[in-house]
Design a binder for this molecule. Structure first.
Ligand code: CMP
Length: 143
């Protein structure tokens, strides 16, 4: 089992796509083991996007990610990190294949609806950034 940190970004929240995107993850068989609506601060944005802070697009990215709430969650499942990345599609909504979340709902490189950890190290770091251990409730479906 793997865990991955997923953010439904401000564009997803403002376009009222939360339910439709969650349904896709649930339909795939991923378990939501933590979830909350939060407002990302500039400080948290810099920690989350540490590898992008010096890039030319970072100021716009920070303005975007702090403009409205996000839904932060931890998804758990077999090979969850790669499975979720594949479900999202390419970074740019214009390049993402039809059938992927970004390919179906986004036409933007910045406003690409959903973030997901890109590897095991990032997943651990990002989960720690958004959640205390007590907020994570791992459960194996019994029904
Ligand atoms: P995400 O998966 O959250 O990781 C980094 C984010 O930076 C990415 O999604 C986009 O929202 C944004 N991003 C990446 N490349 C660019 C770019 N060239 N211009 C603007 N935003 C970008």
């Amino acid at each position: 089992m793997q865990r991955t940190l997923v953010l439904l970004k401000p564009d997803c929240v403002e376009r009222r796509l939360i339910g439709r995107i969650l349904t896709r993850f649930e339909d795939k068989g991923l378990n939501i083991i933590a979830m909350k609506l939060i407002q990302i601060t500039p400080d948290l944005a810099k920690q989350h996007y540490a590898e992008h802070v010096s890039k030319p697009f970072y100021p716009g990215l920070e303005s975007f990610i702090t403009a409205a709430p996000v839904v932060a969650m931890v998804l758990e499942g077999l090979e969850a990190i790669q499975v979720v990345r594949d479900m999202l599609g390419a970074t740019s909504g214009l390049k993402a294949n039809p059938g992927t979340i970004r390919g179906d709902f986004s036409s933007s490189r910045q406003m690409n609806l959903v973030h997901a950890s890109d590897g095991e190290e990032a997943s651990k770091r990002e989960i720690d950034l958004y959640f205390d251990a007590a907020e994570i409730v791992s459960h194996t479906p019994v029904l």
